[in-house]
Write a protein that binds this ligand. Structure first.
Ligand SMILES: *[C@@H]1O[C@H](CO)[C@@H](O)[C@H](O)[C@H]1NC(C)=O
Length: 223
């Protein structure tokens, strides 16, 4: 073989070497750059059978167990945007407070009891949509839409919320609003500082899931 003929072969060999070298220097935490084959390879039998472990929010009235990427890193190794799930227990007269998920639609399946799912759409959309969903039914919550799940009955309810995103994110509506500067809240609500402080204190003390006092009276629940 002459040098001239070997040159293209050398180029091919060099580019294969460079590509391989580049692949091995990929950071496994740099998820956007992992080819799907490698994502699947990173997912083994220890990772695909799991149970909800950590309780991320809990009050005497219910709790949220998450299976998000920070609880189970294997969720980040799934192809595409990954996945996440919540197991939510809503006690009698309790509410999973209004919130939205900025990065994912939610598909919620009710496994116990009955829950009022309510939605408030974006500006110009429908002001409120609500419906009672019972055990065995599924609710679809579009990405970004403010929603809540309220148990207006005297028995416990539970649902599993699934997200087609490894990190759907949660933004709680009331507490988010009261994180804004007092001047902005004052100008928006028309309330005095004293009135605002009172509401802020109450919102801060009313951790999620919280109780509806009227329902609690009806069901004879102490709070
Ligand atoms: C849901 O159920 C509650 C309690 O039974 C009831 O008061 C409410 O009107 C129902 N809401 C809708 C939208 O059907």
């Amino acid at each position: 073989m002459t040098t001239m003929k070997a040159f293209p072969l050398l180029l091919v060999a060099l580019s294969i070497f460079l590509c391989t070298a580049r692949a091995t220097t990929l950071d496994m935490n740099d998820l956007d750059f992992i080819p799907e084959v490698r994502q699947r390879a990173a997912f083994d039998s220890n990772d695909f059978i799991f149970k909800f472990q950590s309780v991320t929010e809990e009050t005497p009235f219910g709790n949220l167990r998450t299976m998000f990427v920070n609880d189970n890193p294997a969720l980040a190794t799934l192809p595409g945007e990954g996945a996440a799930q919540n197991l939510v227990t809503v006690g009698p007269c309790a509410i999973n407070q209004p919130h939205n998920h900025p990065r994912a639609t939610e598909i919620s399946h009710i496994t116990e009891g009955e829950l009022l799912f309510g939605f408030a759409e974006e500006n110009g959309g429908r002001p409120f949509i609500g419906g009672n969903a019972t055990k065995g039914q599924t609710v679809i919550v579009p990405q970004g839409v403010i929603h809540f799940a309220q148990n207006l009955g005297c028995k416990q309810a539970q649902f599993i919320a699934s997200f087609p995103n490894r990190d759907p994110g949660t933004q709680t509506t009331a507490s988010t609003f009261f994180r804004l500067p007092l001047s902005a809240i004052r100008a928006t609500t028309g309330l005095s500082e004293k009135e605002i402080q009172k509401i802020m204190k109450s919102v801060a003390a009313n951790l999620n899931p919280s109780l509806d006092s009227e329902c609690a009276k009806r069901c004879g629940i102490k709070h």
